[in-house]
Ligand binder design. Structure first.
Ligand code: ZN
Length: 270
């Protein structure tokens, strides 16, 4: 259910962003000839739909959602470029396939040339770029633009779904564990072991927490979400009481524990 809604919302936002991107020519806005500001904006906006679904259904930043969002970002970017292309060649879609393929290759070439021209403008007047170098620079800029759109989608998704950011290593935390357990007793013991910094016991209890699988007839259970910085191991744990309501599960209570790098590494090492 959640995944389906995420897919629908992602598609809708991506299409809307693709249209806006085409209207305002976003795919080709750059700073200093290289930084794809417009593409970053397209990617960022494309993540909104997925983030909304993640929030609505509390699915969190699982890797599946990230793939959805990034696919949406790619779709929004390529949609904008495609609309630009169709606007420039109104009859392109009616032409025979071979002619269409030829036209799109030519269009791609134009984009690459625009990129190299923009780069050349940043250089002092006496520097002349050989054509081959210009071609590679233009191609690299196009790739940076596409990658930029996808990266911006991931960043925006992390930001909107409340994933912590590590300022020291300048990266978002990664989802390390997402455990749903009906064994409330074990969860309480685990929490206590975490708070009293007994890592060995905490790890042993966590195995029991994992075993308490949530069955369809369970009305209440606990979800533990662990986000961790992949470099310094600072972490945030979120412990949520979940309850099956009418339709879908709701979060009743939640608390957060933040761990500094040393505690995070010791307590969450597996
Ligand atoms: Zn860090």
């Amino acid at each position: 259910m959640g995944a389906f809604v995420a897919l629908c919302l992602t598609t809708v936002t991506s299409l809307a962003v693709a249209y806006a991107g085409h209207r305002f020519d976003l795919a080709h806005i750059h700073l200093i000839g290289g930084i794809p500001v417009g593409a970053l904006f397209i990617g960022g906006c494309a993540a909104i739909g997925t983030a909304l679904a993640v929030r609505l259904f509390a699915i969190y930043d699982t890797s599946g959602m990230r793939v959805f969002a990034q696919f949406g970002g790619l779709m929004a970017y390529s949609g904008a470029v495609l609309l630009d292309y169709v606007a420039a060649h109104p009859n392109a879609l009616l032409a025979p396939l071979t002619a269409q393929a030829l036209e799109s290759v030519k269009y791609l070439q134009t984009l690459v040339e625009q990129g190299s021209a923009a780069f050349a403008r940043q250089l002092p007047g006496w520097v002349r770029l050989p054509v081959e170098v210009g071609f590679w620079v233009g191609g690299a800029r196009l790739v940076i633009e596409i990658v930029g759109a996808i990266v911006a989608t991931g960043w925006m998704l992390s930001m909107l779904t409340d994933v912590p950011f590590c300022w020291k290593n300048r990266r978002f935390y990664e989802l390390r564990q997402l455990i749903e357990s009906a064994n409330m007793q074990a969860v309480r013991e685990w929490e206590m072991a975490m708070n009293q910094r007994r890592p060995v016991e905490a790890r042993a209890i966590l195995a029991r927490v994992r075993q308490g699988r949530v069955r369809p007839e369970d009305r209440r259970w606990v979800r533990i979400v662990v986000h961790q910085c992949p470099v310094c191991h600072a972490s945030r744990l979120r412990i949520e009481g979940r309850r099956r309501g009418v339709g879908f599960a709701r979060t009743e209570t939640s608390q957060e524990i933040t761990l500094d790098p040393v505690r995070g590494a010791a307590l969450l090492a597996t």
